[in-house]
Each structure stands twice: as structure tokens, then as C-alpha cells.
Ligand binder design. Structure first.
Ligand code: MLT
Length: 244
């Protein structure tokens, strides 16, 4: 296993970045009056490609640095926006609260998905990337929030690589995801994601019109080199560089 994969697979990550190196942006979604505006600590890494921006979303206990090596391997030259999850669970960053493993705080998930959607919009203005070709690459908790953003804010993501994703919620209103695409990469021996959930998530996204591929590997929750190959091939197919 490469060092990049070891970094991706670990459960908890200590923050390695000094605050002076970080960019902080303020989400300005319309929020419930009681909610405090969310700030996303994040990395922005410019790239030569104008036709694709990767939104990297780490797993529980990760941070904005974790998936950067993966993003660089998946789509070389693509600019990268990589926020840190704003919720802390026993000191571990996440993108939304949960009540127990696999049991999500749905109102919080809905609100945080709105914050993340607004953050992407603000970052697009600030860094000057197009909003029509943003593709999320999310692992575990990051995959779950990416799927939630697709279901609740279908205009934000052109596609998503969902690594070890679950069904985050059932939207009350069916979104229009026509023209959008998702890859759900799942492990048959994943102790965290119930076996039926990747296909249930695929069905939800397909009903909304998305082009969805489910890739099963004989693995657990951790990422493997196979995930890299599958994800890279999927991105090449759905989001090929327009200028080589
Ligand atoms: C979640 O809470 O999003 C899932 O249980 C995955 C995880 O972070 O362990």
C-alpha cells in the first residue's frame, strides 16, 4: 500500500497545517436564525484544467490535506477545493453530526449540506472556477455529504465519486439530476456500510435522472489501489480533459 493510500485509509488524522497556510471562507447559505455561519477551513490548489474542479471531501477524522494526493492522481491538472468538515466528533472533523455510527442527525445533515453547497458557490466566485463542472470526490463521511448535496442541491455537482457511501437521507422532493453522473465504489466486506445501501443510493440517484455506476470490490471500508483505478477510469470517461 502506498503512503498516499495509508493516509487515505487512516481513521483519525492530526491537523498538520498551520492556520497561516489555510484559507477560510464563510458560507452564506440562508440559515435558520439560530445557526451560526459556518466557516470552512480549506485548501485551494489551482490547476491548469479549466473544465473540471475537484471538490475533495475527507472521511471522519480527516482534514483538508488527506485527499489531495488522491485528487492529484485521479485528475492531474484539475484545480482542487478541499474543505475540512466543520463538525467535531470527539475531536474528529466531520461534515455533519451523527447520533451513532450510521445513524445521522438528518436536520443537521440538511443544514450542513446547504452550507457546503453555498461554500462551493462562494469559492467559485473567489477563485474563478466554473460552477458547471465541479465533481466531488468523497470518502466515507465525505461521500455521504457529497451524496446529500447531490440530492438536496442538484445544481452544485456535475458528478461525484462516492467512495464507501451510504444512503445519507431520502429527499422529500425528487431532485433533477439529469446530465449528472456518480460512481459509487463499495466494499463487499465493509463493516460500516450495510451491503444493500450502495444499490439503494444508486436507485435514488438514478430515479432522479443521474447516470450511476456501482463498482464492488472485495474490500472493507478502507481504500485500495483498485479504488484509484476505478475512479480514475470513471473520471476519464465522464469528465475527459477537453484540451490535451
Ligand atoms: C458517516 O458517519 O458518515 C458514516 O458512518 C461513515 C463514517 O464516517 O464512519
Amino acid at each position: 500500500m502506498s503512503s498516499a493510500h495509508r493516509r487515505l485509509a487512516r481513521g483519525a488524522a492530526a491537523s498538520r497545517a498551520g492556520a497561516s497556510h489555510l484559507e477560510v471562507a464563510r458560507g452564506n447559505a440562508r440559515r435558520h436564525a439560530a445557526r451560526v455561519a459556518t466557516e470552512f477551513i480549506h485548501r485551494w490548489l489551482p490547476g491548469a484544467r479549466a473544465d473540471l474542479t475537484l471538490l475533495l471531501l475527507h472521511g471522519t477524522g480527516g482534514n483538508e490535506d488527506d485527499l489531495v494526493p488522491l485528487g492529484e492522481m485521479l485528475a492531474p491538472g484539475a484545480p482542487v477545493l478541499s474543505p475540512r468538515g466543520p463538525v467535531l466528533e470527539n475531536g474528529m472533523p466531520r461534515f455533519f453530526r451523527r447520533l451513532a455510527e450510521g445513524v445521522f442527525d438528518v436536520p443537521d445533515l440538511i443544514a450542513r449540506s446547504g452550507d457546503l453547497a453555498a461554500f462551493v458557490g462562494e469559492a467559485a466566485k473567489r477563485y474563478g472556477f466554473g460552477t458547471s463542472r465541479v465533481v466531488a470526490v468523497g470518502f466515507s463521511n465525505g461521500a455521504n455529504v457529497a451524496a446529500s448535496v447531490m440530492l438536496l442541491h442538484p445544481e452544485v455537482l456535475a458528478g461525484a465519486v462516492l467512495l464507501r457511501a451510504m444512503v445519507p437521507l431520502s429527499p422529500t422532493k425528487r431532485p433533477d439530476l439529469s446530465g449528472r453522473a456518480a460512481l459509487i465504489a463499495s466494499g463487499r466486506r465493509d463493516p460500516i456500510v450495510p451491503l444493500r445501501q450502495p444499490e439503494e443510493l444508486a436507485a435514488l440517484l438514478r430515479e432522479a435522472g443521474a447516470d450511476v455506476e456501482v463498482a464492488w470490490s472485495d474490500t472493507g471500508h478502507e481504500l485500495t489501489p483498485g479504488d484509484l483505478q476505478i475512479s480514475r477510469a470513471w473520471l476519464e470517461k465522464h469528465f475527459p480533459p477537453t484540451v490535451r
